[in-house]
Design a protein around this ligand. Sequence first.
Ligand SMILES: [Zn+2]
Length: 377
Amino acid sequence: MSETLELAKALIAKASVTPEDAGCMDLIVDYLHSLGFEPEFLDFGDTRNLWLRRGTARPLFVFLGHTDVVPPGDPAAWLFPPFEPHVHEGKLYGRGAADMKGAVAAFTVACRRFVENHPEHEGSIAILLTSDEEGIAVNGVVKVVEALQARDETIDWCLVGEPSSEERLGDVVKVGRRGSLNGRLRVFGIQGHVAYPHKARNPIHEFAPALSHLVNEVWDEGNEHFPPTTFQVSNIEAGTGAENVIPGHLDVMFNFRFSTESTAADLQHRVTGILDYYGLDYELDWRLSGNPFLTATDEIIGAVQKALKAVLGREAKLSTGGGTSDGRFIAPTGAQVLELGPVNATIHQVNEHVAVADLEALTGVYEKVLENLLRGG
Ligand SMILES: [Zn+2]
């Protein structure tokens, strides 16, 4: 059995639903400690974070990942129990196989192989793991980055093992992410009897034209690297449940995925402009979950493309699509951030799986990336 497969199975067997780590990080520490990787646990609140670094010199290359997984849902819907890893027809099944214990295993093994072959490599290598990527992530990588910055520990390159691949391993690499901005809106009306509407104000009716305006607004046109900014309502709720009552308020949750052509402040300003235009009485709370970022320099992109070419004989398409990842916390420090991981077809689903051959290939790609950037010795 390949080392990566073995380690991936050991990780999947630990039921680490967010924010639990369930001992996954200890496995990684055990695997690398004898090779000079020094562990430091940076725990905040209910979240475990591991900073495992070899060397003190720059440049510093970091593999970023998470040990938590989303809940498995109904275990009976799975082919195999979600926390009992099984290999079946060349695929490893289990919660986290693709997102992202497979990649964590692959970069851990890649670090070991690389260091065994190049003990005198240039710069430093670190692995950064958190147990809260899938949740609200307030005590995860964002806090570790603050701690590192406070002591002038600077990341130069960061490779995130999130499942970026779409059809085949390595077909897509993420070189940036859109920003994500959440709004919670409450529109106030006046509750009353539907038969006496002149004595009430219906917040659903008052909000309707503003909603139409928001949905039809062109926020920007995107650019060469990013698709246009999108606005989506995720929840809308009003009413008492009775047929004859005009509700007193309306609650809306919405989200922007935004390109580098807009800023969070612009979008906020434009939304309140629209709400004010329709004379609404409202409260609005914002939560910025990440600004957009883009890695446009060729250093790490070149190293990854070269590695993909060498191991898989293909070059990846560069993309900024998809959801956010913890890369959003690393990019603002000035690091070059890129995401490359397994095929994402089954992530967060029942019967999540990853091809066993891809685990081994991914290990080879990660090892080559290290060689391309840090070989030296
Ligand atoms: Zn993930």
